[in-house]
Ligand binder design. Sequence first.
Ligand code: APR
Length: 236
Amino acid sequence: MRAPIKFRYFQRIVFFTGAGMSAESGIPTYRGAGGLWKEYNYEDFACQRAFERDPSSVWDFHDKRREMVQSKEPNPGHRIVSAVQTRQPNTIIVTQNIDGMHQRAGADPDAIAELHGSLWRLRCDAENKVRADDSVPMNPRKCSCGGYWRPDIVWFGDQLDHRVVRRAREALEECDLLVSIGTSAVVYPAADMPRYAKQAGAVTVEINLEDTAMSGLYDHHLRGKASEVLAELDAV
Ligand code: APR
């Protein structure tokens, strides 16, 4: 593949990432072959109703995910994204991923907008407090107020944090290059966010193994594994 663009030609890059970004680390995607939602029904493990109904089985599910993610390493694709961000500090990462792999690959946490929250933060709804936590298994599951800690993740039916959405939108409206990596673009409102960059006149690139529901929006469709395509775009 001859790379139609090179990162070094751009001033304000946004990487918009999904589960395919972490697939090469051995973290299953949600909808692809071996996808998480093929094995688990999200209505039983990833929504507030399920948590209120049976908090311990929802926590068992998330403990397994934390354990699995902790056993994996960032892949070369994560490292390239972090390297570009270090080299070109106006680079922002807008991610749907909750695995924290961009941070583990050395990306500046202040330049990451986690649209769907994080596996590594907990929230006590009763006291509306949030704290970082990477204990596996997570313990104690109850907050000092007696309520349950819940993962600070945007589950199905939850609202996204409006501050994170605003931050992501601003970055997309100001970027000159948008690189979407490994998302099937079927979950809203995240799926629609790349449109802000397109409308603002940025060059838009979609990296994926296959066409997606949003492919029509992009100027360039680069089909291949994220780490391999990113290496091409980063090469001098
Ligand atoms: N390189 C590039 N793309 C890849 C790779 C790879 N190595 N492996 C898989 N992909 C692509 C797949 O072709 C698919 O289009 O990544 C995409 C993964 O899609 P999903 O599993 O639907 O994940 P994502 O789009 O991130 O899901 C969005 O849905 O379940 C919710 O909140 C969850 O954030 C998640 C949201």
